[in-house]
Design a protein. Sequence first.
Length: 195
Amino acid sequence: MKDHIRSSLTEAQSALENLLSNEQQLGNIEQAAQLLVHALENGKTIFSCGNGGSMCDAMHFAEELTGRYRKNRKGHAAVSISDPSHISCVANDFGYEYIFSRYIESHASEGDVLLGISTSGTSKNVIQAAKVAKELGVHSIILSGREAQELESLAKVYICTKGGDFADRVQELHIKILHIFIELIERSFHPENYQ
């Protein structure tokens, strides 16, 4: 069993090292963080969405901004699109493809940010949300695990963290990036928390 444990950790370490050595993706992470900070500086809202484990990550990201990350500070405007009544209503009436886009259409305005998470890069509901966001002047940041032309063309910033053949390694990199976003937001607004 320990061999499997070591193998899993080694695979995760390799995925992280690949990201660390990818200057383009590190630059994309920085650009995305700047976009998030700029939106909050201007009184805008960050919306986050994803499916399955990525929805859990989207929820985690939003609650760390509205609640607390490491130390106490004021909350920041962040909402994960995860309300089950909204999702079941839209899925039933329009189709699952529209569960995120209808929320963006209803709540977002120009200058807000959509953080969409799709490990495959092909999630139809994330693509639809990015389409509506672009129409409204909402900037999309996409976290993915694969290059995906359609979704990338809709994004202001596209971060691709290749982590192997399965979604788990990609999700592990995504949560690290989400924590980096939160830290960089806090460092911008609450530098006293990092002294």
